[in-house]
Design a protein around this ligand. Structure first.
Ligand SMILES: [Zn+2]
Length: 433
């Protein structure tokens, strides 16, 4: 609770003063971080007693020992474990699941949704996540992405898909409202047939998509008893991938059932969100097509909790939650043991914003080493969201996205549940006094 309160107060302070990000480009002044231990490139061993030099928003030098320099300010993290800012490859910043969410969709104005997204972005940043990929939702996310990039508001780097491409009646379509209400909610990214799916993909990119998100199978939270297997036909999948590629975009697919995962991978989709019913054969397909898995075990565990302990889900969703949720840890174990590339992702917005790091605990429970979970949330996720040249490690030339905790997450991953220091693009948002 104390942690939560400090996050909230921190968010309010940022909203009121604006001072933490007013100088997002802190001219030519040098900051030196004295890092007790630093996992500069996850996957490689940590170093002790290093000085990390930051000028403007980038890392400019890393040197052994605790250096001082005239005119430079020093941040003392000598008693901390320092690592690159974390990356969540699957979030929904615009909303957070609650029992009234189906009503929210009809009552919240675009401005309300944008402010909600801003608040959630700040919670995410304060939890140590300095970059996210937002996969699925209306256009407010593009405004937030652009405002963060312009330094107008504080938030993680955002790569966004906007509205998902879905077949009529599929997981990405609206369900369970009166016909005339559904007509108002109709998305231009709902498509059937090859030509229509090309149009829908172009419309998503026109709206601002950095990456194209499709719903290749049914999903838990759509209020329809349509299962969790393949929903698009193969020719529709190929049409979407080819159209996206022609416009310089990759495609990521929400997929639970094996038929949907396999068909998406064969069509050229570069990543699978959830991947619940993958098997050893599917793992081989991932490797053959150089595709990435974003496991989102936290979302599975969250919906099982609701199905068992809270009366929040309509019957169609409850049945799917009880079926899909428990499967997800086994899925991650199979993928990890068979060498699938794994990028950290949580589907936060299902679970609470700012609690993204809980996924690490489930990843370790599924058999991943602590180092591999951190690598999944830094180096691998950065490459996955096409930001590998600028974020994902503490190296010269990259953005100074740096966090710190007071214990060693390589021996106790839960250290990451409570991040003590957050710097993004050279600006300190938390700790470091
Ligand atoms: Zn999602």
């Amino acid at each position: 609770m104390k942690y939560l309160r400090s996050v909230l107060l921190g968010s309010i302070a940022l909203v009121l003063s604006g001072s933490a990000f007013a100088d997002d480009h802190n001219d030519e002044k040098i900051i030196i971080i004295h890092a007790g231990q630093v996992l500069a490139v996850p996957g490689k061993a940590p170093l002790s007693a290093q000085s990390i030099y930051i000028r403007d928003n980038k890392i400019v030098k890393i040197a052994p020992g605790y250096k001082l320099e005239k005119g430079a300010s020093v941040i003392d993290l000598k008693n901390s474990f320092v690592l690159p800012g974390l990356i969540d490859s699957h979030v929904h910043l615009r909303s957070e699941f609650n029992p009234n969410i189906r009503l929210d969709r009809l009552t919240k104005r675009p401005g309300d949704v944008a402010y909600d997204a801003l608040v959630n972005a700040r919670k995410t940043l304060m939890a140590g996540f300095t970059a996210v990929q937002d996969v699925g939702g209306t256009e407010e996310i593009f405004a937030l992405r652009d405002a963060v990039n312009a330094g107008k508001v504080a938030g993680p780097h955002i790569r966004a898909s906007g509205r998902p491409i879905s077949p009529t009646g599929g997981h990405g379509d609206a369900h369970g409202y009166r016909a005339e209400v559904l007509a108002i909610m109709h998305s231009p990214t709902i498509c059937d047939g090859v030509a229509d799916c090309r149009r829908a993909t172009r419309s998503a990119i026109k709206a601002g998509a950095d990456v194209v998100k499709i719903t290749a199978t049914g999903g838990v939270l759509s209020n329809t008893a349509a299962g969790v297997e393949q929903q698009f036909f193969d020719d529709e999948l190929i049409a979407i991938v080819e159209t996206a590629n022609k416009m310089g975009r990759k495609v990521t697919a929400h997929a639970h059932g094996k038929t949907g995962i396999d068909s998406a991978l064969k069509a050229g989709v570069k990543s699978i969100e959830h991947g619940t019913y993958l098997d050893v054969e599917t793992a081989e397909l991932f490797k053959k097509h150089d595709a990435v898995l974003v496991p989102t075990v936290l979302a599975g565990m969250t919906v099982v909790d609701w199905a068992k302990n809270k009366n929040w889900l309509p019957p169609a969703s409850k049945a799917k939650a009880l079926e899909v949720g428990p499967q997800m840890k086994d899925m991650l174990r199979i993928a990890y043991e068979n060498g699938v590339t794994i990028a950290f992702g949580t589907d936060t917005g299902v679970s609470k914003h700012g609690e993204n790091a809980r996924e690490f605990g489930y990843m370790v429970e599924a058999g991943m080493s602590e180092m591999d979970t951190i690598k999944a949330a830094t180096v691998t996720a950065a490459n996955h969201i096409e930001m590998g040249n600028t974020i994902g490690s503490i190296e010269i030339g990259k953005y100074a996205d740096i966090i710190a905790v007071d214990g060693n997450p390589l021996t106790n991953i839960e250290e990451l549940y409570d991040v003590d220091f957050v710097m993004k693009s050279g600006v300190v948002y938390k700790g470091g006094e």
